[in-house]
Design a protein around this ligand. Structure first.
Ligand SMILES: [Zn+2]
Length: 144
């Protein structure tokens, strides 16, 4: 019997780019990752996802949204075009759309976020990267 989903809200600083992350996992069971790529390091991002959860990004209509692609260019890293906060990323795959959130953009910030595990995906091929994200990232309601 699975636990009910609990929804966590988050977003950028100015409010132009929000998200809803629904998961049955207790916060203490989240897998929080500190990716070692230059982008994530520069933002100090600590990301998480739940393959059994649900994720939706909510950009305010008419507000600028940056979809930044780099490296293998398989995913959009979503950065508010007004305040510059990195809130998460999305990818389109043959299995559907998936995403991750930057846990530090959650509001309120959960009090007991697990310690982040260092992650280095630099050696992946394009197909390995897409396959990992389709397996580990959170199913996304729709691409933004
Ligand atoms: Zn913003």
């Amino acid at each position: 019997m699975s636990s009910p989903l609990q929804t966590f809200q988050g977003g950028c600083h100015c409010g132009a780019l929000g998200f809803s992350f629904a998961t049955a996992l207790a916060v203490s069971a989240w897998r929080v990752r500190a990716c070692s790529c230059q982008f994530c390091r520069a933002h100090g991002a600590l990301t998480t996802s739940d393959p059994s959860g649900r994720l939706a990004f909510h950009p305010e209509p008419g507000e600028p949204l940056q979809r930044y692609r780099f490296g293998l260019k398989t995913a959009d890293f979503l950065v508010c075009g007004r305040c510059g906060v990195y809130v998460g990323a999305q990818i389109a795959t043959a299995q559907g759309a998936f995403g991750i959130i930057n846990t530090l953009a959650l509001r309120p910030l959960p009090t007991r976020l697990p310690a982040a595990v260092d992650a280095d995906y630099g050696a992946e091929s394009t197909s390995e990267r897409i396959a990992r994200r389709a397996q580990r990232w959170t199913p996304l309601a729709e691409l933004v």
